[in-house]
Design a protein around this ligand. Structure first.
Ligand SMILES: Cc1cc2nc3c(=O)[nH]c(=O)nc-3n(C[C@H](O)[C@H](O)[C@H](O)COP(=O)(O)O)c2cc1C
Length: 214
């Protein structure tokens, strides 16, 4: 038996992977791991359906911005809940061109520039084994952990994230814009009793847009 909740007990960080294309692409991931330290290698795991994985497969280069506890929610909503297949995610986001890649640096704690050395087919995902060719600290902001994202920012994981947990058993409501779930069993006030001008704490969508789960 596989209890999906167990995967929430694995510790991760929060990262923004970005890369170049006719239309630049990028997505939020929690699945970055350092594999070796000398001449460092890292792995990232990207869903095959993501626009970003198409671009990374093509370019074999990408940047990783390490998200901090100060990073704006807007970055997570734009890059983690929408696809570059239908929108230009960089339209309203400030970024720098670094080593010929679009890199978001505002309120990020550090960034890496990586070159893909091997691609492993992992069923729904590709694992990109990649060489770090540049690594730069930007400030001393605390890097955001996946747990902080869930506990403090009250975020959820969209279906493409490997850690996605089924929500059909939750007594609550989901924001159709960013995927945030208001779980009645975890809050002191039931969703139904929140004032009508209450808005989504992640993306500010109005209460009346929320959809009841199950
Ligand atoms: C907290 C969080 C963690 C995520 N982790 C991953 C991940 O590790 N791998 C992945 O492929 N998608 C992950 N996602 C989902 C992608 O960011 C999301 O599907 C995105 O919209 C893909 O955009 P794209 O199609 O423009 O590449 C995560 C999203 C969030 C919010």
């Amino acid at each position: 038996m596989i209890e999906k909740q167990v995967f929430r007990n694995i510790s991760y960080g929060m990262y923004l992977v970005t890369t170049k294309g006719d239309k630049n692409g990028g997505c939020i991931i929690n699945t970055l791991s350092q594999v070796t330290s000398e001449n460092p290698l890292v792995t990232i795991s990207l869903n095959k359906n993501n626009y970003t994985s198409e671009l990374v497969k093509l370019n074999k280069r990408f940047a990783v911005s390490i998200i901090s506890e100060e990073t704006d929610n807007n970055i997570i909503t734009t890059f983690g809940y929408q696809t570059g297949k239908t929108i230009n995610k960089f339209e309203n986001i400030a970024y720098n061109e670094i080593s010929d890649l679009p890199v978001v640096t505002d309120k990020m704690s550090a960034y890496l520039i990586c070159e893909v050395v091997n691609i492993v087919d992992a069923e729904t995902h590709y694992i990109f084994i990649s060489r770090v060719v540049e690594a730069k600290m930007l400030n001393d902001l605390t890097p955001m952990t996946y747990k902080y994202y869930h506990d403090v920012r009250k975020g959820t994981s969209p279906k493409n994230a490997p850690t996605f947990v089924e929500e059909e058993k939750i007594d609550g409501y989901r924001c159709p814009i960013c995927g945030y779930v208001y779980d009645n069993s975890k809050e002191s006030i039931k969703f139904e009793e929140l004032p009508e001008d209450w808005v989504c704490p992640i993306c500010m969508a109005p209460k009346n847009k929320f959809v009841k789960l199950n």
